[in-house]
Design a binder for this molecule. Structure first.
Ligand SMILES: Cc1cc2nc3c(=O)[nH]c(=O)nc-3n(C[C@H](O)[C@H](O)[C@H](O)COP(=O)(O)OP(=O)(O)OC[C@H]3O[C@@H](n4cnc5c(N)ncnc54)[C@H](O)[C@@H]3O)c2cc1C
Length: 379
C-alpha cells in the first residue's frame, strides 16, 4: 500500500497525530508498530496532567504544557462522542505535601513566585490539607493546591484512540519494527522493516525512546533520544480513599476512579532494560507510605515499568527535518507525553495539512541537533 501518511509508533503521540490528520481529511494513514499498539510508555504512565506542580519557571515549555492541558476538556468530550470511551478526565486538582521544614521551604518558594506570576496556586495549612484528604499522613506540615493540575486514565485514552483508528479505517500494522527510513535521490519515500517496505508521501517518527535506533538512509539517526526508566507500583483498596493526585518531594500517588492507587515513579538511566527491581519497588512503597501510612495495610497489587523518551534539556523534538519536506518527528516528550499529546497532534497536523508553523515548532525543532543540520544540507 502507498499511504499518504506513514506514522511509525503507536503510542499516545502517534495515535493522536493519526486522529488529528484524519479529522483534517487525510484518508490513507498507516501506522507501523514494533510491538502491540499502545503498550509502551503511554501505557505505563500515571496520567497526570500537571503543568504547575513541578515547574520552577515560566518558559516556552511551561506555556506548551499549560496550553495542552487546556485542550483536555474538549479532547475528552470529543473522544467520548467519537468512540463512546470516557477517558476519565478528573479535574479535582493536585496537592503537593511538605513533611519537613526543608520540604516546606521549597513549597513556599514555589508558592511565592507562582502567586506573583498569576498562576492558580493555594497555600494550605496541615488542617486544611487533612480536611481535603483525610486518609493522608497526619505528619503533613503544609501543602500547595494546584487547581489546574488534573489527571486522565491514560490506558482509557489509548483505548479511545485505538477505537478511533478502528472506526475510521486507519490501519495499524503491529509486530513490525521499522529499521530504516528510506531515502532515494534526496527524498524520503517511506520506511522499511526487515521484510517489508512501506511507501508513503509523508513519514512521521513517533517512536518515543527508540527513535535513535532507526537509520536514516545509510546514516545513523541524527536525533539523540534516550530511554529513562520509570517504575510504578499499584495498590487496590476496595473503596476510593483519595480524591486527587497527591505529591510529596519523594513521589506521588494517583487515585483512579475504580479505587486503584498508582504510585510513581523512579527516574533511572538503565538503557532499554524494562525490569522492575526490588530496590525500585521498595523506594516507591516508602514514598507512598510517607504520603499515606494507611497504604501499608494493602498488598502491592501491581508493578510495571515504562521507558520515557528523553532528549537534550528534557525538551520535546517536534517538526520536520529541513529540506526533506516529508519527514516529521514528534518525540522526546519525556515526563509529559500524556499531557502534551493533544497540542503536539494539533500543531503537527496543522503544519502538514495547512502549512501553519506554530511558534512551538520553531522552539522545539529538530535542527537543534547538529547532525540534523548537516543532514539537511545533503538533502
Ligand atoms: C512511569 C512513567 C510515568 C509517567 N507519567 C506521566 C504522567 O503522569 N503524565 C504525562 O504526561 N506523562 C507521563 N509519562 C511520560 C509519557 O508516558 C511519555 O512521555 C509518552 O507516553 C510518550 O509517548 P510516545 O507515544 O512518544 O511513546 P510510547 O508510548 O513509548 O510509544 C512509542 C511507540 O513507538 C514504537 N516504536 C518504537 N520504535 C519503533 C520502530 N522502529 N518501529 C515501529 N514501532 C516503533 C514503540 O513500540 C512504542 O509503542 C510517564 C512515563 C513513565 C514511564
Amino acid at each position: 500500500m502507498n499511504s499518504d501518511v506513514l506514522i511509525i509508533g503507536a503510542g499516545v503521540i502517534g495515535l493522536c497525530i493519526a486522529r488529528e490528520l484524519h479529522k483534517k481529511g487525510f484518508r490513507r494513514i498507516e501506522i507501523v508498530e514494533r510491538g502491540k499498539a499502545g503498550q509502551e510508555a503511554s501505557f505505563a504512565a500515571a496520567g497526570m496532567l500537571a503543568p504547575n506542580a513541578e515547574t520552577d519557571k515560566i518558559d516556552d515549555f511551561y506555556h506548551f504544557c499549560s496550553e495542552s492541558n487546556g485542550l483536555y476538556p474538549g479532547f475528552a468530550a470529543e473522544l467520548l462522542e467519537e468512540t463512546g470511551i470516557d477517558i476519565e478526565l478528573d479535574r479535582s486538582g493536585t496537592l503537593f505535601l511538605a513533611f519537613s521544614e526543608k520540604d516546606a521551604a521549597v513549597l513556599r518558594n514555589r508558592f511565592n513566585w507562582q502567586r506573583d506570576a498569576g498562576l492558580r496556586v493555594e497555600h494550605l495549612t496541615a488542617a486544611e490539607t487533612l480536611g481535603l484528604e483525610p486518609f493522608i499522613s497526619t505528619d503533613v506540615c503544609e501543602s500547595l493546591f494546584f487547581a489546574d493540575d488534573w489527571q486522565v486514565e491514560n490506558r482509557k485514552l489509548l483505548a479511545a484512540l485505538l477505537k478511533y483508528t478502528q472506526l475510521n479505517g486507519i490501519e495499524i500494522q503491529e509486530h513490525t519494527e521499522i529499521q530504516r527510513i528510506c531515502l532515494e535521490d534526496g527524498k524520503i519515500t517511506g520506511a522499511e522493516s526487515a521484510s517489508n517496505k512501506f511507501l508513503a508521501d509523508l513519514t512521521i517518527l513517533a517512536t518515543g525512546a527508540w527513535t535513535s535506533l532507526i537509520k536514516l538512509g545509510e546514516a545513523a539517526m541524527p536525533i539523540i533520544v534516550k530511554p529513562i526508566r520509570g517504575q510504578m507500583i499499584g495498590f487496590h483498596p476496595h473503596e476510593r480513599l483519595f480524591q486527587r493526585v497527591i505529591y510529596s518531594p519523594r513521589g506521588y500517588i494517583v487515585p483512579r476512579a475504580d479505587g486503584r492507587i498508582l504510585t510513581g515513579a523512579t527516574v533511572e538511566d538503565a538503557g532499554f532494560d524494562k525490569s522492575v527491581t526490588e530496590d525500585g519497588v521498595g523506594k516507591l512503597r516508602e514514598a507512598a507510605l510517607e504520603i499515606a501510612p494507611c497504604l501499608g495495610d494493602f498488598e502491592i497489587s501491581d508493578r510495571w515499568t515504562g521507558l520515557r523518551p528523553f532528549a537534550a534539556e528534557g525538551l520535546p523534538i517536534l517538526g520536520e527535518i529541513p529540506n526533506a519536506g516529508n519527514l516529521f518527528v514528534a518525540t522526546a516528550h519525556y515526563r509529559n507525553g500524556i499531557l502534551l499529546a493533544p497540542l503536539t497532534a494539533k500543531i503537527i497536523a496543522a503544519r502538514i495539512a495547512e502549512g501553519k508553523v506554530s511558534e512551538y515548532l520553531k522552539i522545539f525543532h529538530p535542527q537543534r541537533f547538529r547532525g540534523v543540520e548537516q543532514l539537511s544540507q545533503l538533502l
